[in-house]
Design a protein around this ligand. Structure first.
Ligand SMILES: [Zn+2]
Length: 206
């Protein structure tokens, strides 16, 4: 995780990176106008330095897996283009877009029920978002693993668990009862597959 604090009259900036689990400071960088005249760029300068520091093979050789930060667009671009790191901000954007898409196919007026939306999806906006988030965190940053686990979500809600993770409840518990409405309605399946909100995530994830 990183954050930037601007000094008095934005003359300088401190950029601090802390560990996601340990919450210990990994590295802090102080950037002044002498390094970059534009104070808006200070956060990025600091981040680039921190990444270099982490990457330094002889000293640390730390691979940054996930980077959380507030929504600084130049940092987003830098993480996406210059590093192998999964950008937590992209995840956030994707989940938001996905929930919006899910809401459209899980609720609506009575006359279009069963046509453009299905009642069987009405209890799945949050669970699917949680599921997608789990997939992202457990894909080891490998696109193919991510893709298949995302595609498996529909099967999981159809109560078919052959593609689910062996560590998940639906595989381990022999008396597993799905807590949500089981998808049997072809409209529910079709709209979920067509909306494929996670496709957007896959594009971001290269
Ligand atoms: Zn399952």
């Amino acid at each position: 995780m990183s954050d930037a604090r601007h000094g008095w009259r934005k003359k300088d900036t401190s950029v601090v990176a802390i560990g996601e689990k340990t919450h210990k400071v990994l590295k802090s960088e102080h950037v002044t106008k002498a390094h970059d005249i534009v104070s808006q760029c200070h956060e990025k300068v600091g981040i680039v330095r921190i990444y270099q520091y982490m990457k330094d093979k002889d000293v640390h050789n730390v691979r940054v897996g996930v980077h959380c930060h507030d929504r600084n667009l130049s940092i987003n671009k830098n993480i996406r283009e210059e590093t192998e790191t999964l950008n937590q901000n992209d995840t956030w954007h994707c989940l938001k877009a996905m929930k919006t898409a899910m809401k459209k196919i899980s609720s609506g007026p009575q006359y279009s029920k069963g046509k453009t939306w299905s009642f069987q999806l009405s209890d799945k906006v949050e669970p699917v978002a949680t599921h997608v988030h789990w997939c992202i965190r457990n894909c080891n940053q490998q696109k193919e693993i991510l893709k298949s686990s995302l595609l498996n979500i529909v099967d999981h809600y159809k109560n078919i668990h052959t593609g689910c993770s062996e560590s998940s409840k639906c595989r381990k518990d022999t008396n597993y009862e799905p807590p949500r409405i089981v998808i049997s309605d072809p409209v529910a399946e079709k709209t979920t597959c067509e909306c494929h909100p996670w496709i957007e995530y896959l594009q971001i994830c290269k």
